[in-house]
Design a protein around this ligand. Structure first.
Ligand SMILES: Cc1cc2nc3c(=O)[nH]c(=O)nc-3n(C[C@H](O)[C@H](O)[C@H](O)COP(=O)(O)OP(=O)(O)OC[C@H]3O[C@@H](n4cnc5c(N)ncnc54)[C@H](O)[C@@H]3O)c2cc1C
Length: 458
């Protein structure tokens, strides 16, 4: 029984590693407890046959200064790789072909993605009354301000790309707070975006460039850099059946590691694992206290890396394409990583990343391998306009709990987390069940979590 541990972090994904990184910097004694054999959680980069592909996220957005600051801190051990600007076009599938999302007013007028009526209606957006229902769904907010075709062919595919979710159920106040605040603060998306762009920014806020990033050699390099900085000796891998119980002013942690029962005592616990892990992890909590947290719905996602040593299709000079729900296809989207990142595929080769499932096709995550291969073949052949489908690499990764959905039960979940943390001082429930799902959100939350442990921030 080791009892001089200040903080135990459950989970060695991005949130856990970044929390640990800042605790280490502050000289605080901690351990990460990870059930898998490797760190990184859903972030894993693989190299095979000259392809460098991700089985989880491919890119993040520098949407918070904390993310840029972390990369500054890690300079020398990991290099930020911005997505190539020449390949920034986002495509949307409509009526059997890809169309570029408008990048300017002229394209906005000519694009076939939106109806003429909605394009005209857009002129009135700055003058439309602001919403008063804080629990309005994203779909209703967009219908009200922009119109049905913008919901179908801009917001819905965008939401598939981020949440693999359903705009009819996501609550923008939680799921897209920046968009929600544009309307609430400025009364308009368009007017608000213009005013925000013109508003003076602090030097720190300027670091949130909104640039799309990966890291040179894949996001796995970020995980390696963090793991090394945190120190392998502070990370316990292969920990199964972990349970935590309060004991006096401490917490007792028990788990099985490599067939050995291990018991630890710590002052603080930070959980960064998914909501679905918490009942087993915190068995002392009453069902009525933890259920509002664990009833969080997740979208399942199947991600497939598809590599062609000789690309047989048209040039891939775009970021990739997303598929609106109303188009009734099996895929959520196809990204072109070898087009917007360097050295992800050999010369003349192409690497695609195909997403299936989401809340619109949840059954796909459980489908047999042959069925998934059949779907991938059909989607890539038809949507990339190929004569035949002979890839040199297909790798399929399934995530039953890929992306938490910030829906109408979010307030209840956040209240329940606050109540548990208040009742058990020293226990902090983090992870992507709150505070955002993107990588930059995870980094920002981790900075806040470590700050709470250090007692700097509330
Ligand atoms: C397929 C996919 C694609 C994505 N694409 C993007 C993208 O393009 N851009 C973007 O910004 N974000 C993307 N995301 C979201 C982003 O990757 C995640 O929000 C983020 O990486 C989550 O980090 P985390 O540390 O909070 O959780 P995780 O990575 O899930 O890490 C949690 C860790 O806890 C461990 N754990 C779980 N239970 C226990 C237990 N009982 N005991 C010990 N350890 C435990 C797990 O093994 C895991 O290592 C994507 C996610 C997925 C799944």
């Amino acid at each position: 029984m080791t009892s001089n541990i200040h903080t135990i972090i459950i989970g060695g994904g991005l949130t856990g590693l970044v929390t640990a990184y800042y605790l280490k910097k502050a000289g605080i004694n901690f351990r990460i407890i990870e059930k898998n054999a490797v760190t990184g959680g859903v972030i894993q980069t693989r190299e095979e046959q000259g392809f460098t592909y991700e089985s989880g996220p491919t890119t993040g957005v520098l949407s918070h200064p904390e993310a840029a600051e972390l990369f500054d801190e890690l300079a020398g051990s990991v290099e930020l790789e911005p997505a190539r600007p020449e390949a920034k076009r986002r495509l949307v599938w409509k009526a059997g072909q890809w169309h570029a999302l408008p990048a300017g007013p002229l394209q906005g007028i000519t694009t076939p993605l939106f109806t003429f009526k909605d394009k005209l209606r857009l002129l009135g957006e700055p003058f439309r009354a602001k919403g008063t229902n804080p629990n309005e769904t994203l779909a209703n907010l967009v219908r009200r301000r922009l119109g049905e075709s913008f919901l179908d062919y801009a917001i819905d595919p965008f939401i598939s790309g981020i949440y693999a979710g359903d705009p009819e159920r996501l609550i923008p106040r939680h799921a897209l707070p920046k968009l929600y605040n544009l309307e609430q603060t400025y009364g308009s998306f368009i007017g608000g975006a213009i005013k925000k762009a013109k508003a003076p920014k602090s030097d720190r806020d300027k670091k949130a460039t909104r640039e799309v990033f990966s890291t040179r050699g894949g996001l796995g390099k970020l995980i390696t850099a963090l793991t090394n900085a945190v120190g392998q000796e502070n990370i316990l891998l292969n920990c199964q059946g972990t349970t935590i119980r309060p004991d006096d002013n401490n917490f007792k942690i028990a788990f099985n590691q490599n067939n050995q029962q291990v018991k630890l005592v710590a002052k603080h616990i930070v959980t960064t694992s998914g909501a679905y892990t918490l009942k087993e992890l915190l068995p002392f909590l009453h069902d009525e206290d933890i259920s509002p947290v664990t009833n969080l719905r997740y979208a399942g996602v199947v991600q497939c890396a598809v590599g062609f040593s000789k690309w047989p299709g048209a040039p891939l000079n775009a970021f990739g394409g997303l598929v609106p729900t109303c188009e009734n296809r099996k895929s959520l989207g196809i990204l072109y990583p070898s087009s917007f990142l360097t050295n992800r595929a050999p010369e003349n080769a192409a690497l695609l990343s195909v997403f299936l499932g989401g809340t619109r096709n949840p059954e796909v995550v459980e489908a047999p391998e042959e069925e998934l291969r059949r779907i991938i073949k059909q989607e890539v052949t038809e949507m990339m306009n190929l004569k035949s489908f002979n890839p040199d690499l297909i790798r399929i990764f399934r995530y039953r709990y890929a992306i938490p959905q910030y829906e109408s039960n979010t307030d209840e979940r956040l209240k329940a987390i606050d109540a548990i943390e208040e009742k058990y001082p020293g226990l902090i429930i983090g992870g992507n069940l709150k505070d955002g799902i993107g990588m930059a959100d995870r980094i920002r939350q981790a900075v806040a979590l470590s700050g709470r442990i250090m007692g700097i921030h509330p």
